[in-house]
Design a protein. Structure first.
Length: 298
């Protein structure tokens, strides 16, 4: 059975086009390292990659959130530590003051307490970047507002923040409040007022007055210890979340790579094979065209 030359030619040309397309695709894989350049190359894989990309962006946002939350928690912890040191020294002065034996000693302790009150006010109004740390969500409002006498000494402190807390999303199912809670924040104001009461008691020069001011100071100390413990737990939760999201991010990158990255060794071999087949098809086409021309001339 004789096959028409034009039919053979069409078949060879179709093969050449197919091999040319395969060759271009493999050349793209070898040059870019990616096995998918167009959605139609592998629609299912493209769909999976898009889903993974979306998840990767979400995980990246969780990582950013966790980093910010850790900054807040660390700043809160540092601020509480500063105030705890002031509380510790105030407790020492209360003990010493209760046993003071001269007016000069009382005055010296009262003077030091006055400085501690100023330091505590500064620590309580500490900022992270431009946000007040202990103001709840009233980030632009100084949480501790002092009233002063004509001599410039602080006579009382009021809390001007709010009771709300900022919640930060650190995973799909987990939120965390990295700052101190409302009882801690309002307790700052109470602590300063307890310091002021101790200072004023020392200024009276009466041991019993100093001893009477001590219990409230101890209550503030307990509040600070509990707040520090809570912040330690918050930081641990954030660090665990950071580790989990980092692992998850690495796994997603691997999955995307498996879907999108070309196997270079395999691609190079296939490109060589396709190029060889393409050259052979061109050679065959040339011969068929020559035969067709001779048939025409006959």
């Amino acid at each position: 059975m004789r096959i028409a030359t034009n039919t053979v030619s069409e078949s060879v040309l179709a093969q050449i086009q197919k091999l040319s397309s395969q060759q271009a695709k493999l050349q793209s894989q070898v040059s870019t390292g990616q096995k998918i350049s167009l959605p139609e190359d592998d629609p299912s894989a493209v769909g999976r990659i898009l889903t993974l990309d979306s998840e990767a962006r979400q995980v990246q946002q969780f990582k950013v959130n966790a980093n910010r939350a850790l900054d807040v928690s660390q700043a809160t912890y540092a601020g509480l530590q500063d105030i705890k040191k002031i509380s510790d020294r105030a407790g020492e002065i209360a003990t010493l003051g209760a046993g003071a034996s001269s007016p000069d000693a009382y005055r010296a302790y009262a003077t030091e307490l006055n400085q501690l009150v100023e330091q505590a006010l500064q620590s309580g109004n500490a900022k992270l970047r431009n946000d007040y740390i202990f103001a709840g969500t009233a980030l632009s409002t100084a949480p501790l507002v002092a009233t002063r006498n004509v001599a410039g000494d602080i006579t009382s402190v009021a809390y001007a923040g709010n009771a709300a807390q900022t919640n930060v999303q650190i995973s799909e199912l987990s939120k965390i409040s990295p700052g101190s809670d409302s009882s801690t924040n309002t307790g700052m104001g109470a602590f300063l007022n307890n310091l002021i009461a101790l200072r004023d008691a020392l200024n009276t020069g009466v041991s019993a007055n100093v001893s009477a001011a001590r219990p409230n100071l101890d209550n503030s100390e307990n509040l600070l210890v509990n707040a520090l413990s809570e912040q330690g737990a918050v930081q641990l939760r954030i660090e665990v979340a950071q580790s989990q999201q980092a692992t998850r991010s690495t796994n997603i990158e691997k999955l995307i790579s498996n879907e999108a990255d070309a196997d270079m060794a395999t691609s190079v071999v296939k490109l060589s094979q396709t190029s060889t087949a393409y050259e052979a098809a061109l050679s065959s086409a040339t011969k068929i065209l020559q035969m067709s021309l001779l048939d025409y001339l006959k």
